[in-house]
Design a protein around this ligand. Structure first.
Ligand code: HEC
Length: 104
């Protein structure tokens, strides 16, 4: 195989790999901090703890920002998000938004 063909094949393989994961965000490193209450897949088993699965991405991001700033003042959520960076919160929001919504 010539170098050019090998390079083209490598590029195609990369494209195929990225297409396969499109729409499925990587599992966030800090997911464990949220899973105990909201479930790994965003379907909460605890009364009073909302399902996050399938919620609107922008809504989840703004809710997390509101807990972080204290605009939405709920002690458990302030404690949960306090130590996380904005990038980590965005990764968690993307994860939960991409999960299949819980049946109503
Ligand atoms: C100790 C239990 C607990 C943990 C841990 C926890 N949450 Fe929550 N979360 C709650 C409760 C209870 C609420 C509802 C609070 C309210 O009434 O505003 C909530 C609300 C939310 C909401 C708003 C949902 C909505 O429909 O408005 C988001 C988003 C959220 N949590 C994300 C997270 C993320 C991300 C983590 C991990 C960093 C996390 N939570 C960790 C208990 C928890």
């Amino acid at each position: 195989m010539s170098r050019a063909i090998r390079a083209a094949a490598a590029v195609l393989t990369l494209f195929a790999a990225s297409a396969a994961v499109a729409g499925a965000p990587p599992r966030p490193a800090r997911l464990g901090l949220c899973a105990s209450c909201h479930g790994e897949n965003g379907r909460s088993a605890i009364k009073g703890t909302p399902h996050l699965a399938g919620q609107d991405l922008d809504y989840l991001k703004s809710a997390l920002a509101a807990y972080r700033s204290g605009a939405r003042d709920v002690a458990v959520m302030r404690a949960a998000v306090g130590a996380l960076t904005p990038a980590e919160l965005d990764a968690l929001a993307a994860w939960f938004a991409a999960q299949a919504a819980a049946p109503q």
